[in-house]
Design a protein. Structure first.
Length: 248
């Protein structure tokens, strides 16, 4: 099997502190991949290493031409004076160039990205006036506006959002998969992960398990990551989301 991305003996050090690894991970193509582990386990660090945001040791083998990375919502200055449409447009600069103007087609692409998240009616609203769920939808619109990306990496897109926004995000994941894309998502809820993702990476500074989530989330693996006494998820079949909910 040819993987979308492979990292071998990857590690990240912050000064004398080893934040992550070494670990080796393989990301399958056209999959929804949940990156799991306790707080402080290095999930965000691994995501940043895979994107090149953070320096690392080891090797990466990439079998894709472009990717889109969405950092945590808390890392953004939401008081910055820009509209929702302006944020969505930012996702095109890597493709167009930072110092080149956007044309009408680019502006339509940004609007269409907002529409896919059900927030086209907020296009002209300043981001400082949005709810948490609306902010996250705008952030995701920025990520998907460049349709050429093959790999989408999301750092906790479901943190703090309401049920409607969660459903919108999962529907977005399904749409990306239907177009042959791949998704890596830092996720905290062990008990619904297998309902929405088909592959998992469980870490706690080092790799504990990867593969099918029903096997990754075994009692042995979970206790290695979280400690003794953690409840093991009960797996059930996911109900497909079919409609994009209005923004809340």
């Amino acid at each position: 099997m040819k993987y979308l991305l492979e990292c071998k003996n990857l590690s990240v050090d912050y000064g004398l502190h080893k934040a992550l690894g070494p670990l080796s991970v393989k990301l399958p193509k056209n999959s929804k991949i949940a990156m799991l582990g306790p707080n402080g386990a290095g999930k965000s660090t691994l995501l940043k290493a895979l994107t090149g945001v953070t320096s690392y040791k080891g090797s990466l083998i990439k079998n894709y031409s472009s990717f889109s990375y969405t950092e945590q919502r808390q890392e953004v200055d939401w008081d910055f004076p820009v509209t929702c449409h302006g944020v969505a447009e930012m996702g095109l600069y890597a493709k167009v160039g930072w110092f080149r103007p956007l044309n009408k087609q680019h502006k339509k692409m940004a609007y269409d990205a907002l529409a896919k998240l059900g927030i086209e009616d907020l296009a002209d609203r300043p981001i400082s006036q949005l709810s948490v769920g609306q902010q996250q939808r705008v952030f995701l619109a920025r990520s998907i506006v460049n349709e050429e990306a093959e790999l989408f990496l999301f750092d906790e897109p479901l943190a703090g959002v309401d049920l409607k926004t969660s459903e919108v995000i999962y529907k977005l994941f399904d749409d990306l998969i239907s177009k042959g894309k791949s998704i890596v998502c830092v996720h905290h809820n062990l008990y619904d992960a297998a309902d929405y993702f088909d592959h998992g990476i469980l870490i706690n500074h080092h790799l504990i398990a990867q593969g099918d989530l029903t096997k990754v989330l075994s009692k042995k693996n979970l206790e290695s990551a979280y400690g003794a006494g953690i409840a093991v998820p009960q797996f059930k079949k996911r109900n497909k989301v079919t409609k994009v909910a209005s923004a809340a």
